[in-house]
Design a protein around this ligand. Sequence first.
Ligand code: 1GP
Length: 230
Amino acid sequence: MDYKNWRHAFKVDPAKQLKDEELEQLAESGTDGIIIGGTDGVTLENVLYLLARIRRFSVPVALEVSTVESVTMGFDYYFIPTVLNSTETKWVNGIHHAALKEYGHMMDWDEVVAEGYVIVNTDCKAAKLTGVNEAPDEEDVIAYARMAEHLFKLPVFYLEYSGMLGDPAIVKAAARVLEKTRLVYGGGIRSAEDAKMMAGLADTVIVGNIIYEDLKAALSTVEAVKSVSH
Ligand code: 1GP
């Protein structure tokens, strides 16, 4: 399924362990996609290992690129974050520029999807890494959403609350100003109820950490998201 129609996706971390049967349950859960991505410990070796194991199933697989060294062929999509509220240009366009100098001539642009990221939870690892020191408020988020859609014409606006459940008022505010750009929500979803709430506001709901803490709860989010029309 085209990523533009994804309502639910699991984000699996190549630095964390999953048993074969756990991976099978995720892949066969009815989710629309699996994203391989993480902040630390992402290596070519662990990305390849996870990709090979997920490829036994028919679910679409995307790599969310965090280090250029871990990029490998074989994914359906390559999601490339540009952190719109980072204080370091490296995370906005620096690594991207270096990567394109080296690999730009051989990229299949149909598989590449740029994600305008806004990191709201300043305590998460991604915020620390990318120099997000202040949490954007509702007005900031609205301006970033408009920047993503109208200035930069990005296909995806990713509201990242990693590790904490987002403020529905802020998610709603972003949804209100986005028309063509997809609103992807991720962070702190631990139950079917959380998933339903965010599914009512965002186009795509991403479920990460709970996979490693309570797989059953993680699996329950698929049906929950699908039960909400949007
Ligand atoms: C992380 O947005 C995802 O990039 C999901 O967040 O791990 O908190 O579910 P959680």
